[in-house]
Design a protein. Structure first.
Length: 389
């Protein structure tokens, strides 16, 4: 009997690059808290301990910088627990994310079942040696949206090679690659990637997909960006934010998003700082930054996929973006590239496995996944294939 890999598919959440928890546990727990109004009852329904339940909530709250639950102690019925507003929003966002991942995996499974006898290579060449796996350090966006999970599962089904990832900012991802702790890195920081190559740590940069940056902000436009000429581009928008001392939330973590933000400030001739400029280095990814910006009625530079996935359009709007025609050419381009580590500099790297993944991700199967991901749930793909640019 064939293994139902969709049924057995599990998603984990990497928090601040160190602590990994099960998304199934966290969000099943939140769903049951919402249903029963009690964390002890929710834990009992899942067959986990009360202590473990509070543990995963505490880890998630600390990493995300928000309260997921409200605790009520005492009372006639012994108190209770309910989801916070942020917790309810996060749960709904996860449900949307999981639905899209499930849809894509189902489509892949259906396609795979119709071509059992026509794999990419002959049957013996298509199966890797038992237990072979690769380690990938990835920037947050492909992980937060769920695209990387789908790509990794499709690659495993095609080759038998398991890819495990750790989600970090691009800077940290390349640091891990340099130290030999991963076999490859998926990043969106061109300057860091070029430096990595020039220093001899990398052997190839392979453009994979794109997903433009956007400058998002509150409906109440405190910086007056609506009145700006679109031809002025994003740097003029940044100048207006600074001049108005309008709240702005920064990743502050040397990620690809943060580095692009710093580049725009530099082009604008502004050194950001003061009470209006918040650095959120303890927040996980662009999703966490966007959620913090919503709470502060602040502006933030994030990627478009995160903005779409977060369903933030009700409370925030995009003030600068490529698709809106409000950015100058190249200002908000955002290309994700696979960086292969030089095996002569880092001898522990599984270079042949990484090279196989690099070739596969530019083939028709991976391109179909990238170009279709998000289309059914959001009426548009979240990423675009960029080809060999």
């Amino acid at each position: 009997m064939e293994k139902d890999f969709i049924k057995d598919f599990r998603v984990s959440l990497e928090l601040e690059g160190e602590k990994r928890i099960s998304c199934n546990d966290l969000f099943d727990l939140m769903e049951n808290i919402s249903k029963f109004g009690s964390i002890s009852r929710a834990a009992a329904e899942m067959g986990i301990s009360y202590r473990y339940a509070w543990g995963i909530v505490g880890i998630a709250e600390k990493a995300l910088g928000i309260h997921l639950v409200h605790r009520q102690v005492g009372g006639f019925e012994g108190g209770g627990t309910s989801l916070s507003k942020e917790g309810r929003e996060l749960l709904e966002q996860y449900k949307s994310f999981k639905q899209e991942v499930d849809l894509q995996l189902e489509h892949f499974s259906n396609r795979a079942s119709t071509r059992k006898d026509c794999s990419f290579a002959d049957e013996t060449a298509g199966v890797a040696s038992a237990g072979e796996h690769l380690l990938l350090a990835s920037t947050m966006e492909p992980v937060e949206t769920g695209l990387l999970d789908v790509l990794e599962e499709a690659f495993f089904q095609s080759t038998g090679i398991l890819v495990r990832h750790v989600a970090l900012g691009s800077g940290r991802a390349l640091e891990l690659a340099q130290k030999g702790r991963v076999d490859m890195a998926l990043t969106h920081a061109p300057a860091l990637e070029e430096k990595f190559m020039q220093q001899g740590w990398g052997i190839s940069i392979i453009p994979v997909m794109s997903n433009g940056f956007v400058l998002a902000g509150p409906d109440v436009d405190t910086a007056g960006l609506k009145s700006l000429d679109h031809a002025s581009g994003v740097k003029e928008a940044f100048r207006c934010i600074a001049a108005a001392a309008a709240p702005f939330v920064s990743r502050g973590d040397r990620s690809g998003t943060h580095l692009r933000e710093l580049h725009i400030w530099e082009d604008a001739g502004v050194t950001p700082g003061g009470d209006w400029y918040s650095i959120s280095s303890g927040i996980a990814g662009n999703m966490g930054v966007l959620r913090l910006a919503q709470g502060k009625r602040a502006y933030a530079l994030v990627d478009r996929a995160t903005f779409v996935l977060s369903r933030s359009a009700d409370s925030m709007k995009i003030y600068r973006g490529n698709e809106e025609g409000t950015a100058l050419p190249g200002e908000l381009d955002n290309i994700f590239s696979l960086v292969l580590v030089n095996p002569q500099r880092v001898q522990t790297v599984n270079f042949q496995g990484a090279l196989r993944f690099a070739r596969w991700i530019r083939e028709a199967q991976a391109i179909r996944i990238i170009e279709g991901f998000g289309r059914e749930s959001y009426d548009r793909p979240l990423f675009m294939n960029v080809g060999d640019v």
